[in-house]
Design a protein around this ligand. Structure first.
Ligand code: PMP
Ligand code: GLN
Length: 408
């Protein structure tokens, strides 16, 4: 075994998707919609399948031409600079591969990478696999509004600055955030951008939930701030964009120089049919952008209602939720719930892991423990929260509510 892989032998998703497969709970755990993608991308996929022999053969390395063209057109308008379809856009197998390629291409042995907690769990092993070192800075909840919100979770500029050293290569941010749903405000992004520029750091910005913001929160791309385009790698996901997580298709957008370094890690060419369908999806969205017919308006409008539904259910049973400003998930505080776990097999695990396993096995409701999104040094401070996914049919949310009401 290569030394750099030592300790990379456990995976949250392997464990908790297996638990869900074994116990078949009402599943608000792993983040995926249990409803279909919009008809227009399904139709585009079917059309591609029947589109003749070439549709079933290799396409261009780094990204199918119609897809990179439609992405460049779409995101030039959003980022506010001219994105080159052939030199700035890389198509990958999901955001996982985009992140993996970025870390491999840009982080050297001994380099430090700052990760803001809570973080999507793959960043840490991916940094480790480069021989680099992850350095953690947590978002901390401040007492603010009477209804807890992900907006109350803030980053201390002093704490962040204190973690930067001569070896700091990059900072990883995730907005809207998984698991808490924080949507970084422009001022917060500007503070991070100022530090990136001052200390010559790169920024890897995971924006897979970019269209999903609620109650007026606005997603801002750090790449669009002055001086940041050249030093930012922006990661987006077709799976989240078009509610088709199984398509495992992602885009990475960055400046030409960084693209040159990263692209050859991207395994060169990927499944053509999904790329064709997603290209058609972006063409449609380009035309409808900002109108009520746009899926990028319709999906958050629908999820806003589901988020409200889940929040009122959790409040009703005494599990105080933190209202997410964006994304797929909501966390809730379980510290008021007294459960007598008599599961010896989990006795050495953190309280949130024990709770989630108990809830799945005994009550039939699947969720995810939040301390899994923290480094060992900070996980204890946050092991009183569990995560619920609300991107589900109302009938699934009703079934979850039934379980919670009966038990509480
Ligand atoms: N980043 C975040 C924040 C995620 O929640 C996920 C899970 N969807 C990913 C990256 C990986 O996305 P993909 O399924 O496109 O690989
Ligand atoms: N991103 C999704 C989540 O956070 C799924 C992750 C996965 O299956 N690896 O639930």
């Amino acid at each position: 075994q290569a030394r750099r892989t030592a300790g990379v032998d456990k995976n949250l998703w392997v464990e908790f998707t297996q638990l869900a497969a074994d116990y078949k709970p009402v599943n608000l755990g792993q983040g995926f919609p249990d409803f279909s993608p919009p008809q227009f991308v399904q139709d585009a996929f079917c059309k591609a399948v029947c589109g003749g022999p070439s549709m079933h053969q290799y396409t261009r390395a780094f990204g199918h031409p119609p897809l990179v063209k439609s992405l460049a057109k779409f995101f030039s308008r959003i980022v506010g600079c001219e994105i080159d379809p052939l030199e700035d856009v890389l198509v990958t197998v999901g955001a996982y591969q985009a992140l993996f390629c970025a870390f491999q291409a840009l982080v050297d042995e001994g380099d430090e990478v700052i990760i803001i907690e809570p973080f999507f769990d793959c960043y840490q092993p991916m940094v480790k696999m480069t021989g680099g070192k992850a350095v953690y800075v947590p978002l901390r909840p401040v007492c603010g509004s009477s209804i807890p919100s992900s907006g109350d979770w803030v980053l201390s500029a002093e704490e962040l600055a204190s973690k930067i050293t001569a070896r700091t290569k990059a900072i990883v941010i995730n907005t809207p955030n998984n698991p808490i749903g924080k949507v970084y405000k422009t001022e917060e992004l500007q503070m991070i951008a100022d530090l990136c520029i001052k200390h010559n750091m790169l920024c890897i910005s995971d924006e897979v939930y970019e269209w999903l913001t609620y109650d007026g929160a606005k997603h801002v791309k750090i790449a669009s701030l002055p001086g940041m385009w050249e030093r930012t790698i922006t990661v987006g996901s077709a799976g989240k964009t078009f509610s088709a997580t199984g398509w495992k298709l992602c885009r990475l957008i960055t400046s030409t120089t960084l693209f040159l370094f990263i692209s050859y890690f991207g395994l060169v060419t990927h499944a053509r049919l999904q790329q064709e369908a997603v290209a058609q999806g972006f063409e449609r969205e380009y035309e409808l952008f900002g109108t009520p017919e746009s899926y990028f308006q319709q999906l958050p409008a629908m999820l806003h209602l589901k988020r409200k539904k889940l929040a009122s259910c959790l409040e009703g049973v005494g599990l105080q939720p933190v209202m997410p400003e964006g994304g797929y998930f909501m966390i809730a505080d379980i510290s008021s719930v007294k459960v007598d776990f008599n599961d010896e097999s989990t006795k050495d695990e953190p309280p949130d892991f024990r709770f989630v396993k108990w809830l799945t096995k005994e009550k039939g409701l699947g969720t995810i423990p939040v301390s899994a999104f923290y480094s060992p040094e900070h996980s204890k401070e946050f092991d009183k929260y569990i995560r619920f996914c609300f991107v589900k049919e109302d009938s699934t949310l009703d079934a979850a509510e039934d379980i919670l009401r009966k038990w509480s």
